[in-house]
Design a protein. Structure first.
Length: 572
């Protein structure tokens, strides 16, 4: 077993020398041996809780990761952090807590690691905001780190077809329109989610799981196995082993997360028709490393990347199907072969992304993932928009869409509840552009997702007849002409705040534009008349979040980031 020199590791502050005898006494109280105390201390952080199936299997996986750490000659110290599960928070005030939870996850892991001087980190996450939150903490701390996804849920079965939670959300709209009985809705909701794991389509969790492998923070193949699969435990053990090797070699997250690896990450989002939320999370991860990587940067790369994975919500397959044909490395290899990956980027294996995938072969007897020479679409599934309605930009998922241009008239709502009520009552018509504003990072506060509203529209058969624009955001499960992240947001007087019912809106996803047919003089006149809107969140964490959070196009971040550092935790 390695005899460790801890003179440059953070845990020297709590374990080395006679003056640390009181600190060591705490470790002896927890039945650690002198040898274990002298080894590097590795934080094993999971987002385990009983809030939702996304997280319910993570405790088991954390135990497996600890075995890997111990077997490799270091000492694991397990802890947990929070998650807010979007599927349960969706469609009501609780959704304001979702995006804020990403930063709280990163902050709480940072505080635990700093507070106990841990030397390295294995992070296990299963739900939408927990994946970027954990990876953000790794980049911020810059200690040797390995990320592992907790795995997706298996598809449910309903009337002989695969279903996901998206089918249930859309069934609510169908039920409201009289197209589904109470009994059928009840049967669907009982069968859509058959066990542990995150939502099965290429929604935010699976999008960011693909990112974790492509950006190099997760072991190749580790993101694929569904949560109930025993293979997840094997990958947890291997992740624990890998992080100890990273300590030995002093390979850190900022050696891995570079502008080039962020480019690769954006490419896999485009190639898979992934979640628009990636345009928030990739800039936020870059920010932790002191790299400026905006919504426009993400979207430009995604637009240039062919859409090659036929995944829900725009396509036919789910994450379990990707695992069946060989996992995320199949997508990565197809992109490498097509020339869309910068192959020199370092990963947690100690090898480059190109070296990791040299022997991978894209199977021919499947249609889940295509070659770049035969794509579903020559451009990626997510594109950015800009114009006088969104000077800082906006984003739309076009995967599965046929019409890329929409012209209609504004129907304005100042919160999601009012919009959902109007949809539920069918108080809208074909050609309407439903505006949901004051739902941005500051204005919400918390930048809610609109899946309940968009799913209800789709369930009523109106998904291709109306558009929806918001300064909030959308679930990765959203489909249809839905534009989010509009900036500047309404709360700071952005143009979306100045719209009135009947204003003509022109959206062109092919050209990348979003405009309102108003003159600069008219917009200036309305801006002079505009007054900030009050909020009910005047204390507590959401008040604090609203004071700190920045604009969506920069990732809705809450602190100055790596670029402002004068010291790094890993070097303390």
């Amino acid at each position: 077993m390695t005899k460790w020199d801890k003179s440059k590791l953070p845990s020297r502050h709590t374990t080395m020398g006679p003056e640390r005898a009181p600190h060591r006494s705490y470790y002896y109280a927890m039945e650690l041996t002198a040898e274990e105390i002298a080894q590097p201390l590795v934080g094993v952080a999971s987002c385990w809780n009983e809030a939702a199936p996304c997280n319910i299997a993570l405790s088991r996986q954390a135990q497996a990761a600890k075995k890997g750490v111990k077997a490799a000659g270091a000492t694991p110290r397990e802890f947990t952090t929070i998650t807010v599960t979007d599927g349960i928070a969706m469609g009501h005030q609780s959704m304001k807590s979702s995006l804020a939870s990403r930063d709280t996850i990163a902050d709480s892991i940072e505080l635990t690691m700093r507070g106990h001087c841990y030397d390295a980190l294995v992070g296990i996450a299963g739900c939408d905001k927990s994946l970027p939150g954990v990876m953000m903490s790794m980049i911020r701390l810059n200690v040797p780190s390995v990320f592992m996804y907790g795995g997706s849920i298996m598809p449910g079965q309903h009337h002989g077809r695969d279903v996901t939670v998206l089918d249930v959300f859309e069934a609510v709209g169908k039920h409201a329109a009289g197209g589904m009985s109470d009994e059928e809705l009840d049967e669907l909701e009982r069968h859509a989610c058959p066990g542990a794991g995150a939502c099965g389509g290429q929604f935010t969790a699976n999008t960011m799981a693909c990112v974790s492998e492509m950006i190099g923070l997760a072991l190749p193949f580790s993101a694929g196995a569904p949560a109930p699969d025993e293979d997840r435990d094997r990958w947890a053990v291997e992740s624990g082993r890998a992080v100890v090797e990273l300590i030995r070699r002093n390979i850190r997250p900022r050696d891995i997360v570079t502008l080039d690896s962020l480019h690769n990450a954006a490419a896999i989002v485009g190639a898979t028709g992934g979640s628009t939320n990636a345009a928030l999370h990739l800039p936020a991860m870059a920010h932790e490393a002191g790299i400026r990587f905006t919504l426009q940067d993400v979207a430009e790369i995604m637009r240039k990347t062919p859409h090659i994975a036929d995944l829900k919500p725009g396509g036919r397959y789910v994450a379990a199907d990707v695992h069946r044909i060989g996992g995320v490395p199949i997508i990565i290899k197809a992109l490498i072969d097509g020339g869309y990956v910068k192959g020199h980027c370092m990963t947690v294996t100690g090898k480059t992304i190109g070296e990791n995938h040299r022997e991978v072969i894209v199977p021919k007897d499947q249609d889940v993932v295509r070659l770049c020479s035969d794509p579903i679409s020559p451009i990626g599934g997510v594109v950015a928009l800009k114009g006088n309605l969104a000077p800082e930009g906006a984003i739309v998922k076009i995967a599965g869409m046929e019409k890329l241009r929409f012209e209609g008239t504004a129907l304005c709502f100042d919160c999601e509840e009012d919009a959902f009520k109007a949809v539920e009552m069918r108080a809208y018509k074909p050609g309407d552009v439903i505006i949901v504003r004051y739902e941005g990072p500051k204005g919400g506060p918390g930048m809610r997702e609109m899946l309940s509203t968009t799913s209800a529209i789709y369930g009523q058969g109106m998904g291709d007849k109306v558009a929806l624009i918001t300064d909030g955001r959308f679930s990765g499960a959203t489909r249809g002409f839905c534009i989010g992240h509009v900036g500047p947001e309404a709360a700071v007087g952005g143009p979306i705040a100045l719209l009135r019912d009947g204003d003509k809106i022109i959206i062109d996803a092919d050209k990348g534009t979003i405009d309102v047919a108003l003159s600069d003089d008219e917009l200036a006149k309305r801006r002079a008349e505009w007054k900030p809107r009050k909020t009910d969140y005047n204390s507590g964490v959401l008040w604090k979040y609203a004071q700190l959070v920045g604009p969506a196009f920069l990732g809705a971040v809450t602190h100055p980031g790596g670029g402002a550092e004068t010291h790094c935790y890993a070097d303390q």
